[in-house]
Design a protein around this ligand. Structure first.
Ligand code: FAD
Ligand code: NAI
Length: 506
């Protein structure tokens, strides 16, 4: 009985400790405490963007030695891999967002967060000009800020190749408002098709969804759309469900070129079973209000009627990035994006601008995985830089002391100290960035996912329902915070029980 009561006490102590730990975590999370103010004499870092690269940077940065300001038109981080799930209502919008201030308010030194769009960077004068382009503005809506270091992580925008009608008639799938616009248009197509007296031909047009681009964005969205039709629309719009058609148009000979051949074939066959039409070697030439114009594999031109078009044809640089590169014509010649060195410094800027993520042209694919590793690396490099700056100050101070007339013994001691600090400074090297690839995953609908995972001597290609559970757990664990994880997991359960439809009316 003594043993039993010891076990009971140990058990209770364990649960009490767990509860106290959770309570203290929760309290600290809600009440992070006071922060140091910005300090004159500290270097000013301006961060442009609040996406994968910028957020990973802010998350890992030690702000003790820097005054940091973040400027971004959106004051939150968006978990892009789950955006297609938001578009069809599997997840709610709020579940995949995390306010930027959540990150910054936990920092040692206050980080200023400014919701604004940077308009231009002046490389020579080291300044950024930005505007408040939100609906509500105060009396000041544009200003300029100086920087010592600029962390440039503005991402990319969707490539349109100047194809007529894309901006006017298509939906994109890059930002939160794209997913919301998609929801509105999709519901409109359904309701217009259900309108009394609609002709058969018009119903078929309205219920034809065209996705342009067979990269991972287009494939994942087609898969999610298929799930929505199968699991929800059949019971909500039984008279229309059987007539809805999804077509994925891709200019290249196959979809998902970054995946292994086996997984490409698996995706193609899954789409075939799901009745998603894939048109490869077919290029969209124009988008009209009610149709898309296609250049077919045999070079003929065809007109395909449709209710809505989602455009997912890749990335291009933002105008601000093009303007920034144009200031350094000798160093910035790559049309794909900003040229950086192995420590993320933008070539030609003498170490004052660091660029990362989708706005750069490097040997890595423009993915969240790359941007977040670059952001975390850069934060570590800034910690090293702070140490180097401290050494530099020490050397300067010691040299100034030496210049004064000193007692012989003191002179000798200061000389030795200065020499040792100089040696340490000369040895100081900031380690270059190295990328560690964790694998490529994509959801393809029907509770199936594909994964190309690196193994010791090669890679493991896997596809199916098990991979789908792996996909879910991988993204659940990568989500930004416990709040995001809880909301996403709850949304998955909510969708299983009540379906997706209600989320579209939120
Ligand atoms: P972003 O994350 O796009 O962030 C750019 C930031 O800059 C944003 O906050 C934006 O508001 C801000 N900004 C824009 N203009 C300005 C301006 N003028 N001034 C200041 N700030 C500005 N990658 C993966 O690895 N795995 C996936 O599963 C995956 N799924 C994806 C699904 C979708 C639907 C999409 C669209 C992309 C997906 N990606 C995925 C790619 C990934 O999202 C990008 O590679 C990643 O977002 C790049 O990070 P970034 O920081 O460079 O840019
Ligand atoms: P993408 O560049 O990967 O694919 C775009 C596709 O559109 C290309 O295959 C291109 O041939 C096609 N295309 C372009 N113009 C066309 C036209 N006029 N007609 C028909 N087809 C046309 O773009 P995506 O999918 O937006 O991805 C962008 C980046 O984000 C990629 O680097 C990708 O790896 C990453 N990403 C990764 C995901 C993942 O890992 N699961 C998910 C989504 C994006």
């Amino acid at each position: 009985s003594r043993f039993k009561s010891a076990v009971t006490i140990a058990n209770r102590t364990f649960w009490l400790a767990l509860l106290a730990g959770a309570g203290s975590f929760y309290y600290k999370d809600r009440n992070p405490g006071p922060q140091l103010p910005h300090e004159a004499g500290k270097k000013n870092i301006v961060v442009l963007g609040s996406g994968w690269g910028a957020t990973a940077f802010l998350n890992a940065l030690d702000t003790t030695e820097y005054n940091v300001t973040v400027i971004s038109p959106r004051n939150y981080f968006l978990f892009t891999p789950l955006l297609p799930s938001v578009a069809v209502g599997t997840l709610s919008t709020r579940s995949i967002l995390q306010p930027t201030r959540y990150v910054t308010r936990h920092k040692t030194r206050n980080v200023k967060v400014i919701e604004a769009e940077a308009q231009s960077v002046d490389v020579a004068n080291k300044t950024v000009s930005f505007i408040d382009n939100s609906d509500i503005q105060g009396s000041v809506s544009s200003t300029t800020l100086p920087y010592d270091y600029l962390v440039y992580a503005v991402g990319a925008e969707t490539q349109t190749f100047g194809i007529p009608g894309v901006q006017e008639h298509a939906c994109f799938m890059k930002e939160l408002n794209d997913a919301e616009k998609f929801q509105r248009r999709f519901l409109d197509c359904l309701e217009s098709a259900a309108f009394p007296g609609q002709s058969e031909e018009e119903i078929d047009r309205l219920l034809h969804m065209v996705v342009v681009g067979g990269g991972p964005t287009g494939v994942e969205l087609s898969g999610e759309l298929h799930d929505f039709l199968e699991e929800d629309l059949k019971s909500w719009y039984p008279e229309l469900a059987g007539r809805i058609k999804i077509t994925l148009v891709e200019a290249l000979p196959s979809v998902l070129p970054m995946f292994s051949k086996r997984l490409i074939d698996y995706t193609m066959s899954t789409f075939k079973e799901s009745k998603i039409d894939i048109m490869t070697q077919t290029m969209v030439k124009e988008i009209k209000e009610r149709s898309v114009t296609l250049a077919m594999p045999d070079k003929s031109i065809s007109e395909m009627p449709c209710g809505m078009v989602v455009w997912a044809a890749g990335n291009r640089n933002r105008k601000i990035t093009q303007d920034l590169m144009a200031q350094l014509p000798a160093d910035q010649t790559n049309k794909r994006g900003i040229t950086i060195d192995e420590s993320m410094q933008m070539k030609g800027t003498n170490g004052s601008i660091f660029a990362l993520g989708d706005c750069t042209a490097s040997s890595h694919a423009p993915t969240a995985q790359v941007a977040s590793q670059q952001g975390a690396y850069l934060a570590r490099a800034f910690a090293q830089r702070a140490k180097r700056d401290a050494l530099q100050t020490q050397v300067t101070d010691l040299e100034n002391t030496l210049a004064m007339t000193l007692h012989d013994d003191t002179q000798k001691q200061v000389k030795e100290e200065a020499e040792s600090a100089r040696r340490a400074l000369a040895k100081f090297k900031i380690r270059p960035f190295t990328y560690s690839h964790q694998g490529t995953l994509a959801y393809i609908g029907s509770d199936k996912a594909i994964a190309d995972l690196p193994l010791l001597n090669g890679s493991l290609a896997s596809g199916g329902v098990l991979t789908y559970y792996f996909w879910r757990s991988a993204y659940l664990s990568t989500l930004f915070s416990l709040r995001n994880r809880t909301l996403v997991a709850t949304d998955w359960v909510r969708t299983k029980i009540f379906g997706r439809f209600y989320a579209l009316f939120a």
